[in-house]
Design a binder for this molecule. Structure first.
Ligand code: RM4
Length: 275
């Protein structure tokens, strides 16, 4: 196991006065992104599943963030949640509408919600494939479209960031139902960049490597696999959700103003470390 302790980024205001929305924002990578967006001055609207455990996760996220504010009661002015199943198109419409209702605009959208239940290929039931496609691909599509329409209506451009994966570039025997969705998300950002450039809306993809979250918790219990994975990383450790938050802030900020249709691999050097 790596002894890496995630450190907070320095407090800056890279995203001051920006309004952001993110899907899947209460656990794993999404949770770390929400914290960092707020840390950098943005207001954030979070979509998550409409179930008890996700609501609990949102409440705990809210308290954690509130505790970092000079005035904890300010939390309700900078963070809201809009529960709903992102694989359904109407969830995205409602999510973005409620975000605008609260913050009056939308500058940043992060399509992050995703699932990965590892499963062997030959016996994979169609429902499992359909579920991964519905959440990872359809969810990214509908929410990106809804966010883009809102950004266009304000006429001030915007930044859309989708969390794809190193899996858009490489395969995995237990991920035949998952890797195509991540390649799809990358492709969506490329084509959306072409469609939305005329409105000053930038679309980019982040491709995380192996980041320790509940998605791979079970898979990485296999000591041999975990050791192999750690060995793959040029930086010698698996990723932490906070490792993805910085690159999201960069793509959300004006520092990346000439970037669109790009893919940012954030994998500790796993991809290039071939032999
Ligand atoms: C990533 C990649 C990793 C896996 C996670 C769940 O996109 O495929 O190998 O750990 O998903």
């Amino acid at each position: 196991m790596s002894s890496y302790e995630p450190q907070p980024y320095p407090t800056t205001t890279l995203l001051a006065y920006k309004a952001a929305a993110i899907t899947g924002g209460v656990t794993g990578i999404g949770r770390a992104i929400v914290k960092e967006l707020i840390h950098q001055g943005a207001t954030v609207s979070v979509n998550h599943l409409d179930d008890a455990s996700s609501k609990e996760s949102f409440d705990s996220l809210k308290s954690e963030i509130a505790a970092t504010l000079p005035d904890p009661t300010l939390i309700d002015t900078i963070l809201i949640n809009v529960p709903g199943d992102i694989s359904q198109p109407e969830t995205s419409t409602e999510f973005i509408a409620k975000t605008i209702e609260k913050f009056g605009k939308l500058d940043i959208f992060v399509s992050n919600a995703g699932i990965c239940d590892f499963h062997e290929f030959l016996s994979l039931p169609p429902e499992l494939y359909q579920k991964h496609r519905a959440v990872n691909m359809d969810g990214a599509y509908y929410s990106t479209q809804a966010a883009a329409n809102a950004m266009k209506s304000f006429g001030k451009g915007g930044s859309i960031i989708a969390i794809s994966s190193i899996s858009a570039l490489v395969g995995g025997a237990g991920q035949t139902h998952y890797t195509p969705t991540k390649a799809g998300v990358l492709s969506l950002m490329q084509s959306a960049a072409c469609a939305l450039g005329q409105y000053g809306i930038r679309c980019n993809a982040i491709l995380p490597g192996v980041i320790r979250t509940r998605l791979n918790e079970e898979d990485l219990k296999d000591e041999e696999k975990r050791k192999y994975m750690e060995g793959r990383m040029a930086l010698g450790r698996l990723g932490d959700p906070t490792d993805i938050a910085g690159p999201v802030v960069f793509l959300a900020s004006d520092f990346s103003r000439y970037m669109t249709g790009a893919q940012l691999l954030v994998d500790g050097g796993a991809f290039v470390n071939f032999q």
